[in-house]
Design a protein around this ligand. Structure first.
Ligand code: KIV
Length: 261
């Protein structure tokens, strides 16, 4: 049985100057592909709300959904580090509830949790770290605050982002996602803090990159932010295959003798 990557392995890789790769996974299909590709971290992201649940944003995702997906990703992988993304409402109400919810992620098989925010989450991060729960921070555009930012934009200055990143690292996060942070600021943050940064739309200077499985593989043809690179066109290929199947069923081309008993 393969040994599962640890937080220490991830930090050592970044410390050696090697780039980290992180991709979302929500089910056995995506988890196995992410693992087989040798990706370092599988993020069970609350982006499951938009990718699989057909929601306009991540706000409707709850703990029950996240634990369901986390358990599947952890059970169907052996090597990749699994991080559970704390959904909106699971850590904003009070600290006791937040710690309880983070514990549930670890019981479901995750090795760490991720949560969004800066100064307001510092005491919580300290408490979680004391309780043995590794936390990944998330700064820049934080999709759970989309109603405050009025869409995908960063509403903090360079100095505020720097201060948030430094305080998160001091509070004990093991890594920080930087979403849509301008490349130069992401570079400065990466140089000034002691934990790895993982960028999404934050340029090439972070210690690693993260993309959403469905976006990078072309399941979501209408989602086209500047930072996204599509490595495969699932939607186009799947649509052509389904149309061909329909045509063959209707025209009698499928099934043939070779598909029959
Ligand atoms: O939910 C998610 O997929 C994320 C990544 C975009 C970092 O938070």
């Amino acid at each position: 049985m393969a040994k599962r990557a640890t937080i220490r392995d991830i930090q050592a890789k970044a410390g050696d100057g090697q780039k980290l790769s992180m991709v979302t996974a929500y089910d056995a299909f995506s988890a196995r592909l992410v693992e087989q590709a040798g990706i370092d971290i599988a993020l069970v992201g609350d982006s499951v709300g938009t990718t699989l649940q057909g929601r306009p944003d991540t706000l409707g995702v709850n703990m029950q959904h996240m634990l369901y997906h986390t358990e599947i990703v952890a059970r169907t992988t052996e090597r990749v580090l699994v991080i559970g993304d704390m959904p909106f409402g699971s850590y904003q109400v009070n600290e006791d509830e937040a710690v309880h919810n983070a514990v549930e992620f670890l019981k479901a098989g995750a090795q760490a949790v991720k949560l969004e925010g800066g100064a307001s989450v510092l005491p919580l991060i300290e408490r979680m770290s004391d309780a043995g729960i590794p936390v990944m921070g998330h700064l820049g555009y934080t999709p759970q605050s989309t109603n405050i930012t009025s869409g995908p934009r960063v509403n903090k200055s360079r100095d505020e982002l720097m201060e948030d990143a430094e305080s998160l690292a001091d509070a004990g996060v093991f890594a920080i996602v930087l979403e849509m942070v301008p490349s130069k600021i992401a570079q400065e943050i990466t140089k000034s803090i002691s934990v790895p940064t993982i960028g999404i739309g934050a340029g090439p200077h972070t210690n690693g990159q993260v993309l959403v499985f469905h976006d990078m593989l072309g399941f979501s043809p209408d989602f086209n932010p500047k930072f996204l690179k599509r490595y495969f066109d699932f939607h186009e290929q799947a649509l052509a295959a389904l149309k061909k199947y329909k045509e063959e069923v209707e025209g009698g081309g499928y099934p043939g003798e070779e598909h029959s008993y």
